[in-house]
Every structure is written in structure tokens, then in C-alpha cells.
Design a protein around this ligand. Structure first.
Ligand SMILES: [Cu+2]
Length: 481
């Protein structure tokens, strides 16, 4: 994390004379809270509040919390909207737009009742604004350019002021040229912690948060296509894709809260293995206890936030992912021809005479894509990847791991490594050795009623459909049907 006064000097280089001509003078800038910059995509440790009302901070997955300064009882933050370079996963960087050096922008954490002032400096090549999604605030602070305020022109700084009136998980994003600016990665999380004890909000041991976002970046390119409506090819948590998403490390017995906001263009059923959770809050606030029910998957619609909580009582490495299987793969898996069941024998050699590096994949499924080291264009990621303790995980996109460990120290978020499964507790290959005989069902086949006539003896063999090839020459092509 870098704190810098020379931010605005550098901005002149990035955006040219137009910005510096309109920029606030350096003397006036000195009166603003110092803009803090984050240059890496590593998960920063929770920011313990150095002043103001106490709270238990969140951990932003592959992100960080924005420091503030207290100014006569007001919490002052400084957001800088600017072009950023974000590593989506090792091996791929993207030219995005974001805040303070990263996409998503830093998480803003305040306490219910805090008076908040946010300076927003625009270092983008076009105007912007910031909408504080889900907040109760004066209309003129809602950040809808044209409707509640004039847009923030390049080089200008605007001030937003309001009181954080209700606790919960919120988001921020532009309300100006949204299609482009959100497709480019402009968004961030806002957490308002309860002031003291709240009847509907439990204290937890670990509190994680991240945003769901998506990009359409052609393999080999680095800038997202903003006009894409639905067909994105990089499905991200906090502008990271698996295996670039950090895992979540907790101590066995911890109460865990995870806050997930969706700023993509589609819904994401977020699924946790090994535990059941309840949805304890939405962007509308805490869910009354009487209205909660257990789930293992919660669907998060566009523009929604879901806050889930559970007791992490099962030790292990538990998959945690979006249940849309196309959202757990990366860009190279997009728009593949369907080759399942196609017999390639002979064909590959013929093609290889023309294209020596030609490879055939997909006729047995797509797992080959993960196994083979297929040459990729620069700056893209394999469709499915990740090496676990037992082989390829064959994942990408919105996938991570919840690691529950008995010996994880309270407050320690470091990676404990792979789980050592107790002997005899792992699925295993059947060796033919006798196993306990399972009790058989009285009616075989598991149908709703027994058949009136027994199935014929196996002498006929299984039924098989065969497509007959057309006979050579003439119009005999239909004879096979
Ligand atoms: Cu999804």
C-alpha cells in the first residue's frame, strides 16, 4: 500500500494536459485526505480501526479497506477514479478502470451513525459519479449523474456527505456511462457495522466480503469489451478468477459471515460444500431471525447482496463456488465446437501434415483441456486449471476453497495448506475385496411401481440406435432413415 502526494503529478502524465489544466491546485489538494493506493491483488489483513467507534473489521478477498482520517468528528475518505492494471490471476493482467489503484475499489468500512465525507477525484478520461447502492441518504448525495447531481468531469473532485444510517453491506459504483464504467471494473464494497449490539446481527469470528463481477476479454487482449451484454468470458470474485482467488481460512468452530454483492449482468447461485448456512442479511438490512432458513446455495441476483452465516464445524478443504458450471471456467473455454463422441482417428494426422501443432480435444469430454499443456496466446488463462493434492481441480472463474482447520489461530488468515484427511475417510478405488453387502430394495430399479411384466432376459442386449451412412453416389442419402 502506497500513500502518495505525487498522485496528481502522475495523473498529468497518464491523462494529458486536459486534466492538469482543470485540476484543483496543489495547495487545495493538500487540504484533502491523502489518497491511498493499493498496487497488488493480495488480500490485505483486516484494517483494525485506529480511531472512531470500534468495530470488528471485514476481510476483503483479494482486496483491502480504505484508510480514513477523522476531521472534527467526520470520517473522511478519498476515492480516486482512475485507469488501473489488475492481475486477474497469475498469467493475465487486464487494463481496467477502478479506484485507488485497483478494481474493485477499496472497501469502505464505517459504523452506524458515523458522519462520513467522501472526496471523489476523477482521473478517468470521461465524466463519472458515485452511487452509494443501498444507503439511506439525502437525495442529492445519491450520485446519479444528471438526476441528482452534475457529473464529475475529468480532473474534478466532488464531495459526498451523509450519515451511515443503517448497518449492512452495501456497494458503490458509478451512475454515469454505467455500461462502460461497470464493464471496466468500477465498483467497491461498503460495510456499515452496527453500533454496539444489534438484535438481528450476531458477532462472528470471521467476516469475509467480495463482489461478483465479469469481464469480456478476448484471449490475448487486455481491455474488456464494454458493449458485451451477457456473453462474458471471465467470471470474477473481486476482479480475480480461479486459481487467482484467495481461499478463505477459518478455525474449526468459528462463526463465519460471508457478504457477496453481485454487479454482473446475471445471477449467481453461490454454493458452499460441507456446511449449511442461513442468509442473515440483504442490501435491505438484516433478515429477521424468524425469516431465515437453511441453505447450501443462495442465488444472488443482479444488483443484490447476500450475507450468509454458518458455523464452520467440519474440518477440511471445502469447495465454494458459483453453481453455474460455465462460471467456473476461464476465457479459453468459450465458444468451443462440440466434439463429444466424434471419432477423430486418422483426421489429426492428416491435419498435422498441414498444421504441425494441431491437437484434437474434446471427443471424450473437456478434461483434456485441463490436462494438456495447450499453447495459449499471451495474457490469457487456461479454461480449467488448478492443481489440488489429488490432481487437477479443473476449475476457473468463480471458485475458491473454504479451509477449516482445528489449529488455525484466532485472527490468523494465513493459508494452512492442504487438509490432511484422517486415514480411511477418503473415497477410494474398489479393489474387488469384499465390502459389507448393501441391503437391496424390494422392487429393483427404483421406479414408482413394479412392472406388470418382468423385463425380457438380457439375450437381446441393450438397444442401440445407429445412423447408417448414405450409400455412395446418387441420391441414396435418405435410405438409412
Ligand atoms: Cu455464476
Amino acid at each position: 500500500m502506497v500513500s502518495r502526494r505525487d498522485l496528481f503529478v502522475r495523473s498529468a502524465g497518464a491523462l494529458g494536459a486536459a486534466v492538469s489544466a482543470t485540476a484543483v491546485s496543489r495547495v487545495a489538494m493538500a487540504a484533502l485526505p491523502e489518497p491511498v493506493l493499493q498496487t497488488s491483488a493480495t488480500t490485505a489483513p483486516p484494517l483494525l480501526p485506529p480511531n472512531g467507534r470500534p468495530y470488528q473489521p471485514v476481510l476483503t478477498l483479494n482486496g483491502w479497506t480504505l484508510p480514513w482520517r477523522m476531521n472534527q468528528g467526520v470520517k473522511e475518505f478519498h476515492l480516486v477514479a482512475e485507469p488501473v492494471l489488475r492481475e486477474l490471476a497469475p498469467g493475465m493482467k487486464a487494463h481496467l478502470w477502478g479506484y485507488n489503484g485497483q478494481s474493485p475499489g477499496p472497501t469502505i468500512e464505517v459504523v452506524e451513525g458515523d458522519r462520513v465525507r467522501i472526496f471523489v477525484t476523477n482521473r478517468l478520461p470521461e465524466h463519472t459519479s458515485v452511487h452509494w447502492h443501498g444507503q439511506r441518504l439525502p437525495n442529492g448525495m445519491d450520485g446519479v449523474s444528471g438526476l441528482t447531481q452534475p457529473a464529475i468531469q475529468p480532473g474534478k473532485t466532488f464531495v459526498y456527505e451523509f450519515e451511515a444510517r443503517r448497518p449492512g453491506t452495501f456497494m458503490y459504483h458509478p451512475h454515469a456511462d454505467e455500461m462502460t464504467q461497470m464493464a471496466m471494473g468500477m465498483m467497491g464494497l461498503w460495510i456499515t457495522h452496527p453500533r454496539g449490539r444489534h438484535p438481528q446481527i450476531d458477532t462472528v469470528d470471521r467476516d469475509f466480503c467480495f463482489l461478483l463481477n465479469a469481464f469480456d476479454i478476448e484471449p490475448g487482449a487486455a481491455t474488456p469489451r464494454p458493449s458485451t451484454m451477457l456473453d462474458f468470458n471471465l467470471w470474477c470474485w473481486n476482479s480475480r478468477v480461479f486459481p487467482g482467488i484467495d481461499s478463505l481460512h477459518v478455525r474449526q468452530g468459528d462463526r463465519v459471515r460471508i457478504r457477496v454483492g453481485n454487479l454482473t449482468m446475471t445471477n449467481h447461485p453461490i454454493h458452499l460444500h460441507g456446511h449449511e448456512f442461513s442468509v442473515t442479511g440483504t442490501d435491505g438490512g438484516p433478515v429477521p431471525r424468524s425469516a431465515r432458513w437453511p441453505e447450501v446455495t443462495t442465488d444472488i441476483a443482479v444488483g443484490q447482496m447476500r450475507q450468509i452465516e454458518f458455523l464452520a464445524d467440519e474440518p477440511g478443504d471445502w469447495a465454494f463456488h458459483c453453481h453455474k458450471s460455465h462460471h467456473t471456467m476461464n476465457a479459453m473455454g468459450h465458444g468451443l465446437p462440440n466434439l463429444i463422441g466424434v471419432d477423430h482417428s486418422g483426421l489429426a494426422q492428416k491435419i498435422r501434415r498441414l498444421v504441425p501443432e494441431y491437437m484434437v480435444m474434446g471427443e471424450r469430454g473437456m478434461a483434456d483441456m485441463a490436462e494438456m499443456e495447450m499453447p495459449l496466446p499471451d495474457n490469457t488463462l487456461p479454461m480449467m486449471t488448478g492443481q489440488g493434492p489429488f490432481g487437477g481441480v479443473e476449475m476457473g472463474g468463480m471458485f475458491s476453497i473454504l479451509k477449516v482447520r482445528k489449529d488455525q489461530k484466532p485472527g490468523d488468515y494465513s493459508d494452512p495448506g492442504w487438509y490432511a484427511q484422517p486415514k480411511g475417510s477418503r473415497a477410494f478405488e474398489w479393489s474387488g475385496a469384499p465390502l459389507p453387502t448393501p441391503a437391496r430394495f424390494a422392487a429393483e430399479g427404483g421406479q414408482s411401481m413394479p412392472r406388470q411384466q418382468a423385463a425380457p432376459a438380457a439375450s437381446n442386449g441393450p438397444t442401440e440406435l445407429r445412423a447408417r451412412k448414405p450409400q455412395g453416389g446418387g441420391h441414396g442419402g435418405h435410405s438409412g432413415h
